[in-house]
Design a binder for this molecule. Structure first.
Ligand SMILES: Nc1ncnc2c1ncn2[C@@H]1O[C@H](COP(=O)(O)OP(=O)(O)OP(=O)(O)O)[C@@H](O)[C@H]1O
Ligand SMILES: [Mg+2]
Length: 263
C-alpha cells in the first residue's frame, strides 16, 4: 500500500513566549510542509522575530513544541538546532565585519560540519582555501567576485545575500528568514525573490518574515498573520490578503506599493 509522507518539515505547536511581563507569542501553531514557503506577517511588535527566535533556540518558550520533521527540538541550543537542519537569518544581519565574505558564509558551515571547513581552510599548511560548499554558495548567490572583501564594504543588498549564504551553506531542511528584503531596492528584492523561490528545489523549506507584501504574497504558498502574539489568520496568500482582521491590523497600515511603512 502506498503511504503519503505527511510529516511537516517544521511543526510549531502552541508556542508561547514571555519576556518578563510581556507575552510576545501566545499559543502559536502552524506548519511548514516539505517544499513549502510559508510567510509570517504582522505589524511591528507582533512577535515574528520572537517566533523565529523560539523556533531556532534563541529564545526560551514558556510552553509549546517545535518539531523539525520527526525530531522534537525541545530546548536544544541554537547550534544543535542548526546542526539538525534548521537555520536562520537575523533581522539585523549580524555579519562579522572583520571577516571576509567567504569566511562569513563559512561560519554557517563551521556550525554544523566543522570538518568541511577546517580541513579545507586550515588543514593544508599555509594555503588557505575556500571550502567547496562555500564556493558553490558564493557562486549561487553571485558573491564570488566579492568573496575576499569585507561585508561592510558591500551594498545593503549584497550584505543581505551574505547573511542568506551563511544560513544556506549547510543545506538546511528549513530556513527562517527574518526580513531579508528590508532596505532593498526593487531590483535587489526581485533577485532575492528568485533565490527564495529556488530554495525549494534545493530541498529547503522556508519560513519568510518580511514587510514587503509583494515579496510575501508573490513567493509564499501559505501565509500566517500575527497580531499581539496571536495567529489572527492563516491560509493561501489570497485568503490572508482579503481577511478583514489582517486588513485592519496590518495591511491597511502599509503604504501603497506594499513595500510597507514598517521595517
Ligand atoms: N528581548 C526582549 N525583551 C523584552 N521584550 C522583547 C524582547 N524582544 C521582543 N520583545 C517584545 O516582544 C514583542 C514582540 O517583538 P518582536 O521583535 O518579536 O516583533 P516583530 O513582529 O518581529 O516586530 P518587527 O516587525 O518590528 O520586527 C514586542 O512587544 C517586543 O517589544
Ligand atoms: Mg522582527
Amino acid at each position: 500500500m502506498n503511504s503519503v509522507n505527511t510529516t511537516p518539515a517544521l511543526a510549531v505547536a502552541e508556542l508561547t513566549v514571555d519576556y518578563g511581563g510581556v507575552r510576545a507569542l501566545d499559543d502559536v501553531t502552524f506548519t511548514v510542509a516539505p517544499g513549502e514557503i510559508v510567510g509570517l506577517i504582522g505589524p511591528n511588535g507582533a512577535g515574528k522575530t520572537t517566533c523565529i527566535d523560539a523556533i531556532t533556540g534563541f529564545a526560551t518558550a514558556r510552553t509549546g513544541r517545535v518539531m523539525l520533521g520527526q525530531t522534537n527540538l525541545g530546548e536544544s541550543a541554537p547550534h544543535r538546532i542548526a546542526a539538525a537542519g534548521l537555520s536562520r537569518t537575523f533581522q539585523s544581519l549580524e555579519l562579522f565585519d572583520d571577516l571576509s565574505v567567504a569566511d562569513n558564509v563559512a561560519v554557517g558551515l563551521a556550525t554544523v560540519a566543522p570538518a568541511a571547513v577546517w580541513t579545507d581552510v586550515f588543514g593544508r599548511g599555509r594555503r588557505r582555501e575556500v571550502a567547496p560548499a562555500v564556493r558553490d554558495m558564493l557562486d549561487h548567490l553571485g558573491l564570488s567576485d566579492v568573496a575576499d572583501r569585507r561585508p561592510d564594504a558591500l551594498s545593503n543588498g549584497a550584505r543581505h545575500l551574505v547573511a542568506m549564504g551563511r544560513a544556506l551553506v549547510s543545506q538546511p531542511k528549513v530556513v527562517c528568514l527574518d526580513e531579508p528584503a528590508a532596505g532593498l531596492d526593487t531590483t535587489e528584492t526581485e533577485g532575492l525573490a528568485t533565490v527564495i523561490a529556488g530554495l525549494v528545489d534545493l530541498g529547503t523549506s522556508v519560513l519568510l518574515v518580511d514587510h514587503d507584501m509583494d515579496l510575501v504574497f508573490g513567493t509564499c504558498h501559505k501565509v500566517v498573520a500575527l497580531d499581539f502574539g496571536h495567529v489572527i489568520a492563516s491560509g493561501t496568500p489570497a485568503e490572508v490578503r482579503r481577511n478583514a482582521l489582517v486588513r485592519e491590523a496590518y495591511l491597511g497600515t502599509l503604504h501603497p506599493g506594499s513595500t510597507g511603512g514598517q521595517s
